[in-house]
Design a binder for this molecule. Structure first.
Ligand SMILES: *Cc1c(COP(=O)(O)O)cnc(C)c1O
Length: 444
């Protein structure tokens, strides 16, 4: 980055037609200081503005730079796990604030230190142990995302050998996760069984008996459904083959019983595979994302038998894929919240389970637009076609750009020249900002 401490280093450009000399880069950058951006970035903006022959554009360039940074947005799309908006919403509770006895200004941690013995510890013993308990697993390992979890599990258990997988489960999940490619990347060889719409236990048996199959892989279809003349074996039917069963459930529902929700499992969750039940049915390992229905940060979790999890942990890719301390602290806090059965303290579940009457009442009190019932979705490649009753407001016309232009950008949905603001995904604390943005977007 250019270091422009001496404003004299920018030679004043000669001007024609009696126009004023452009300001020096440094003085222009100084004038942008109230933006709060570091000086070096303001120098870049000033320099670009002067180079473009338009010094007056420096402030807008600095503002554009600021807008390009990560910052909070209000998600009024009604898509709870919006892939473009960071999937699961994260709360601001300090790590340790849910019972781990942490202090607010935690700077060092015992990430890899055994405080009892004073020797090197293992980063997988904290969040990993709690997540294992949550899933009813012997052990669990946290990596960077679910794609890494599947790659590692297959690499550790099946490299150089075959992985039996149904032709109906050779899916692509958004953002480049393609099952055949992941299997190949792990060093294993896909052994396709069954057909696109129907696969039976016997298809897996035949593949296992025919040759060098290290494990059977089931993949949750996640973002699409095959309906009609379809068949797939239950997890339990594949549990007693001669090879281990790995199930990529993807979505990260930890337990069908949803004991962390006072009202029990919401009806729209029906049929979604859960880690605890999949393991209880006999899967050796399950893999899932941290930032889908689990409601945490981006992460991938491998949970299951102690032996298989240990094999994953020993694999060289485990080092490359491992989660960092910030993610592990957040997941630990999340796991404790689940174990406390405080679903309302998990932003995703709090938003997902608000009664629709409450959303309607909030929509009324916004005092702008037309109150309207809506259908929210979980999104993020989960529960395709499943709608969660919701409510919000509708504005006439396409107001999306004006709403995004708000200080805190508001992301809405536009259909048929109407703009829909769904309150299912909006923190009630943001209602005032949302109402003001809506009023401004409508030119009021
Ligand atoms: C979402 C998903 C993935 C990918 O998860 P990431 O955490 O985004 O890597 C893999 N498998 C299934 C079944 C999924 O639903």
């Amino acid at each position: 980055m250019g270091d422009v401490s001496d404003s004299g280093s920018t030679a004043p450009q000669s001007t024609t037609g009696g126009r004023a000399r452009p300001p020096s880069v440094d003085s222009l950058a100084q004038s942008l200081a109230p933006s709060g951006l570091p000086h070096g970035l303001l120098v870049d903006a000033a320099r670009a503005a002067i180079a473009a022959g338009d010094p007056g554009s420096a402030a807008e360039r600095a503002a554009a730079m600021e807008r390009s940074l990560l910052r909070p947005v209000i998600n009024a799309t009604g898509v709870l796990l919006h892939t473009n908006l960071g999937r699961a919403p994260l709360g601001t509770a300090a790590p340790g604030g849910t019972g781990a006895g942490g202090t607010a200004a935690l700077r060092y941690s015992n990430l890899e230190f055994d405080t009892q013995e004073g020797v090197r510890g293992d980063r997988h013993t904290h969040a990993g142990a709690l997540l294992a308990r949550l899933c009813g697993a012997e052990a669990a390992l946290v990596v960077n995302n679910c794609a890494a979890a599947v790659t590692l599990a297959l690499g550790a258990l099946a490299a150089g050998r075959g992985v039996a997988v149904s032709r109906g489960e050779l899916v692509e999940i958004g953002g480049g996760f393609r099952v055949p490619e992941i299997v190949a990347q792990s060093g294993a060889r896909p052994v396709e069984v069954g057909t696109t719409n129907r696969t039976r236990r016997q298809d897996y048996v035949t593949a296992v008996e025919a040759g060098d199959v290290a494990l059977c892989l089931r993949v949750h279809q996640s973002n699409y459904r095959i309906v009609g003349f379809t068949e797939a074996p239950a997890v339990g039917e594949l549990a007693n083959l001669d090879v281990p069963l790995v199930v990529d459930i993807g979505s990260g529902l930890v337990d069908e019983a949803c004991q962390w929700l006072a009202g029990g499992p919401p009806p729209w969750l029906r049929g979604e595979p859960a880690a605890r039940q999949t393991l209880a049915a006999g899967a050796d390992l399950v893999t899932f994302s941290g930032d889908k229905l689990l409601g945490g940060p981006q992460a991938g979790i491998i949970a299951g038998s102690a032996e298989s999890v240990a094999r994953c942990a020993r694999h060289p890719l485990a080092r490359a894929f491992r989660a960092g301390g910030l993610v592990l602290e957040t997941l630990q806090s999340l796991a404790l919240t689940y174990l406390h059965r405080r679903g309302d303290d998990i932003p995703f579940w709090r938003l997902a389970t608000r009664p629709v009457a409450e959303l309607r009442a909030r929509a009324e009190s916004l005092g702008v637009g037309e109150v309207c019932d809506m259908a929210a979705t979980t999104g993020g490649g989960t529960l395709p076609g499943v709608e969660i009753p919701s409510a919000g407001i509708v504005l006439n016309g396409d107001r999306a750009a004006a709403l995004r232009d708000n200080d805190v950008p508001v992301v809405a949905r536009v259909a048929g020249q109407r703009t829909f603001l769904d309150l299912r995904t909006v923190d009630p604390a943001d209602d005032g900002i949302l109402a003001a943005a809506a009023r401004r977007a409508c030119g009021a």
